[in-house]
Design a protein around this ligand. Sequence first.
Ligand code: PLP
Length: 450
Amino acid sequence: QAGAAPAHGPLLAKDARHALHPWADLSTLGKQDALVITGAQGVEVVDSRGRRYIDAIGGMWCVTVGYGREELVEAMAAQARRMPYFTPFGDVANEPAIELAAQLAALAPGDLNRVHFTTGGSTAVDSAVRIAHLYHAAMGRPEKHHVLSRVDAYHGSTYLAASLSGKEADRVRFHYEDRWVHHLESPGHDPDNSPLSADDRLTGLLDGMEAAIARIGPENIACFVAEPVLASGGVLVPPPGYHRATRELCRRHDILYVSDEVVTGFGRLGHFFASQDRFGIVPDMITTAKGLTSGYQPLGAVLISDRIADALAGTADPGKPVFSNGFTYSGHPVACAAALANIELMRREDICGHVRDVGPYFIDRLRELRGSPIVHAVRGDHLMACVECRVPGESGPTPRNMALAQRVDAYCEAGGLLVRPYENLCIMSPPLVVDRAGIDRIAGIMAGAL
Ligand code: PLP
């Protein structure tokens, strides 16, 4: 039994004085009450005032199997007791990392049989781009180093991953890498409000991508990095056929396709990996994190094709490490033990099957909210969704920089629901174990808040 929650007031005072939260508005930090989460069970969290909320954020897209899963806690504790850490560098290995790499290879599509562990999603994306650069250099084409990304993408918060991100509001005040990172048009699709058919939209996107490749020169492009469904950019689902067509374009021009499954991996779209099972493509690399451990430990991974790994190994030069990439906590044994227990639990409870079952119900229930005068659109796929708000009476989408969602979020919070407000978007990614009753609660509180 955990002890009583620490006193709310003193905690907030310390937080306001000392903690700089990630992605926070520093002008309001400390001036308004932070939400201090002190406990969690199932799909609910409890704050330091004893208020309960249904967590429709899933921690941060990551708590997939729900809170309080003893199997994961026990696996982590047992590994920490046995051997908490040793270096992963060079030819030193640890058991959970070996076992997890083998399991990820078995779950991954095609010949993605090699796994490079990282500390989270940003470092996985960062590593994938470096691997693409190393690969083309190994193939004797070092000039192939430009990277294609997309407007509205989010790939993380290291300088390189942030350079790939294409959310306009995030791209201020830093010197992002724009000499060799190029942002293609956002594939965001709002079928309810778009004047274009899905086919016309697809044609436009592909023409734009071909034109960009021709302008930059395919001989200069290393890779294309793409989320299967753009997550924090607004849960943007590309039009049907987009994934296969962009995959084919990349293949034709020897551009490596990196599928960023930090959010879409590990069940959120009803499969361990969405690239092949949901969208029919086998990428050259997959980046994953978040749901890999269900958020119980920080861990990320890049899954790499045999073809790429063999090419890197083939150019090994004694005395010069060809694979100069990795982190102190790559393949951390306790994090890998959590991931192994998570995969076992997901299999045993058929979490992916459950998501395929309740996912369409979640989207349908949220789509009922379109009747509200402040809802512009409802988008989503299985258990990732977004309610895009607008000022009542105005037609067309509301500009992204409105703080509208924060007001909706405040009402949600008062009603016992946590969603993620971003500009005019209320983003939702509940734990995958949410059932129909939980979905009804989310939709009901959201309707009241709107
Ligand atoms: N890639 C995608 C698609 C993400 O949504 C995120 C985080 O939200 C990242 C990468 C970065 O992951 P992390 O915050 O673990 O570094």
